[in-house]
Write a protein that binds this ligand. Sequence first.
Ligand code: TYD
Length: 139
Amino acid sequence: MEQELPKGCRVITLPVRGDERGNLIALERSTGVPFGIERLYFIFDTQAGVARGFHAHRQLRQLVATMAGGCTMILDDGEQRTELRLDRRDIAVEIGPMVWHEMHDFSPDCVMTVLAEAPYDEADYIRDYSEFVDLARRG
Ligand code: TYD
């Protein structure tokens, strides 16, 4: 994945520990998790045609990976918008603060896992795109 990503985003290649029995990926600071993990949530059974996300966070950093299947992630820093297909087990995407993100085209088997550095806090969400662009462009 050599795509240029919006500010605050990074693709992290996770080390796969494979042997004749199969594969294992461990997520921890030393394998690329860029923050202390305070929360883990996962999104699954997403219905056909459904898109999710449509928000940015004021402060929160998250690391997103698909544990099964895949979906298309749109990342947007208010100036640059990038689309990437997240369908590999050895790839995770860091989503920093002030990145608008949307998830589309979930495969029926998609399990998306998100590691977050803070507890759920609705006050940290920006759910209106024009408010997000105004705030992002003000820096
Ligand atoms: P929502 O933010 O709409 O999910 P997405 O952005 O992926 O489409 O979250 C769905 C519901 O789950 C909403 O009522 C908030 C709640 N929620 C929690 O209680 N804890 C969490 O960690 C998250 C991410 C959501």
